[in-house]
Design a protein. Structure first.
Length: 189
């Protein structure tokens, strides 16, 4: 999951804040070209993310994400099961992928390039996510639903894995794999 840190506006709270991703409003989608024939996609349904937001120095913020490999879903049950096998993700032995931010570069008032280490199958490679802040305030439904109380931030991000086979995933070269991340994160108090 890529989560960016770019808010200069919105309600101001303490200088450093910890946010947790809302699992019901976080998605990590991936897409690839199937042998030059068609574009296919899938997603991971279980993504856990933590953002430590430093409002005094946004570039000092950090992002940590854990992805449950067993939550992979392409809409094709046979493919989902194959992706969990040893020749792809090897979910039984390596059930988790991770992302740890290493650098945040602000590119605009609500945009940033978030670079970090993506680890899949015990192989760690750098990836950069183009990230946009989409919300930074009290949750609009916080007055109605207690679970939405408090300050929230939300982001969308995109990125590309140039060579998924570099992670040791799959026997076939698929070229680029596109990533799309959308997430809402709630402040932890």
């Amino acid at each position: 999951m890529g989560v960016a840190v770019t808010s200069l506006g919105g309600a101001q709270v303490s200088a450093q804040e910890v946010y947790k991703a809302d699992p019901t409003h976080t998605e990590l989608r991936f897409g690839w070209n199937h042998s030059g024939m068609s574009n296919q996609s899938g997603e991971f349904h279980k993504v856990d993310g933590t953002l430590v937001l430093d409002r005094d120095d946004l570039t000092a913020s950090t992002i940590s994400v854990k992805i449950d490999i067993n939550s992979v879903s392409t809409g094709v049950p046979m493919l989902d099961e194959h992706l969990k096998e040893p020749d792809f993700f090897d979910a039984a032995s390596l059930p988790e992928a991770t992302f740890e931010s290493t650098q945040i570069t602000l590119t605009g008032e609500k945009t940033a390039e978030v670079t970090g280490d993506l680890t899949i199958r015990d192989v760690t490679l750098p990836i950069t996510l183009s990230t946009t802040l989409t919300f930074d305030d009290e949750h609009p439904q916080g007055g109605v639903f207690a679970e939405y109380a408090g300050h929230w931030v939300a982001f969308s991000a995109t990125g590309t894995i140039e060579y998924p086979k570099a992670f040791g995933v799959g026997p076939f070269p698929v070229g680029e794999m596109e990533l799309v991340i959308n997430t809402e994160l709630q402040i932890q108090e």
